[in-house]
Ligand binder design. Sequence first.
Ligand code: AHR
Length: 493
Amino acid sequence: AARSTTVTVKADAPGARIDRRIFSQFAEHLGTGIYGGIWVGANSRIPNTRGYRNDVVAALRNLKVPVVRWPGGCFADEYHWREGIGPRNQRPTKVNTHWGGVTEPNSFGTHEFMDFAELIGAEAYVSGNVGNGTPQEMAEWVEYMTAPAGSLADLRAKNGRKQPWKLPFFGLGNELWGCGGNMTAEYAADLTRRYGTFVKAPQGTKIEKIASGANSVDYNWTEVMMREAGKTVDGIGVHYYTVPGTWEKKGPATNFSEEDYARTISKTLLMDELVRKHSAIMDKYDPAKRVNLAVDEWGTWYDVEPGTNPGFLYQQNTMRDAIVAALNINIFTHYADRVRMTNIAQMVNVLQAMILTDGPRMVLTPTYHVFEMYKGFQDATALPVEVASPWYNKEQFTVPAVSATAARDSTGAILIALVNVDPNQPASVSVDLGSATASVAEGRVLAGANIGAHNSFDAPTQVQPAPFTGAQIAGNRLSATLPAGSVVVLKLR
Ligand code: AHR
């Protein structure tokens, strides 16, 4: 029998705008995330446009990806942009020392990335090299990308791009506490000020500078960065990965137990506390909330698929991942006044990916479908919700069974997203819309045969959104029965 949950939507107390950039992506030079997954080169037999896979580009366009972060990740702090410009057959090659020890051909460089972002309709978030690059190299990269005139602009034109690109976001290094240079927070804050000083936007344009943020619960990092460098940046990152087991033995992406599932959900919900506590520190230094808390890496991290290069971080993606994605998005929308960008790791073939490819074949993951179903929330206005949910419990893990978020879109329609975490029981949800009323509730549901259901190259449609028929609406009361282990997104008119 369905257990009941009550959701109260404060339709007359609208909150912040849900920045569409909360739904952004991350693409690093890692495994087949770029080479093979996005870029196959113009001579490939895989159908492509100027070297970009047509199937992947079409799927990403459909997702309305707001921002792509590139080229890393750890790769960013040893990337030298000059190696990735000019004729492709003359670019230097080198070993990708972070990821798999493979040869980095440098055929995907600044022009290829910027062209790709334009092709899928996304904004660029480029991460600079603070780790082993100089402030001069960084400043010249920004000049190369954005200057209207001068010799670097001429060089850009010679390489095929006359018009400056837009560069709305620039990262001042990545994980400076780790692969970006193993720095203390104090040293990283000093370098953030120094490097950031030379990142200059041409007149009439704006480049938001994002500081390298904390490793999950390292609140001291945010404290020091905000205190010492907060006034010089527009955003500060934070990274948190959902690892069901330990870093040494993370657990499999498929064929997991219900206990693994419950542990995954309970670990992913730490995101709520992280965002709340990092935000509270930022409030001390920036009560006006000018500085964005950019969760610029998040997602599930499992053991790699058996037989794949351990440095490629290639993993399958199940209904469990769909539920993790929806729970995190619900958290981000609740803190939309401070969290104005997040970048799930990563877009194609790496960690919690939207898309998996195998040679010419492509499959959309359950996580892709969640991002697609939530598109209506991009730039909508958050409506506060209160959820009184029963618990879902397995072994020592106890979490709320139902999670919800709500918003009003630009047409005035109310959007509601509901997640039933419980893999064994449907959830009966009663939503009180307060002062708002509606007569039609339409939307879709994502559920699989079970929480381990996934899409493979041989069976690519095991998990797909379907029209949702379990909702009734009368006046200001919506009732819905959510299948076990599902995500439902509804539009009320
Ligand atoms: O996303 C994979 C890696 O995780 C990134 O390169 C790094 O920033 C993080 O540790």
